[in-house]
Design a protein around this ligand. Structure first.
Ligand SMILES: [Zn+2]
Length: 97
């Protein structure tokens, strides 16, 4: 089973890429909301038009997905700690986010 740690690393890399994509998507949506819009009421608490209300909903969804991805990132680390022995598990746990 020499390929197993590599598979875990790939899975972890995919999750980091997913986090990066979510981060980019959140930044893009926030830039859309920050732009002036005749359909939105002014101010941070102003009522948003349909498009920008959708942006706000998506930002909330992306943040939830990012939080779930971060939680999943700790799962392979705990599996790796079994392979690395007891002394290594504490180091891996402390590398968390
Ligand atoms: Zn708007």
């Amino acid at each position: 089973m020499a390929g197993k740690p590599r598979r875990l690393a790939v899975a972890q890399r995919d999750r980091f890429q997913q986090l990066q994509a979510l981060d980019d998507a959140i930044a893009w949506r926030q830039a859309r909301i920050a732009a002036s819009c005749p359909g939105c009421q002014p101010g941070p608490d102003g009522r948003r038009c349909g498009d920008h209300a959708c942006d706000l909903d998506l930002i909330a969804a992306y943040r939830q997905m990012a939080a779930a991805t971060i939680r999943h990132l700790s799962e392979p680390a705990s599996q790796l700690s079994v392979a690395g022995g007891v002394s290594g598990s504490r180091d891996i746990a402390c590398q968390g986010l």
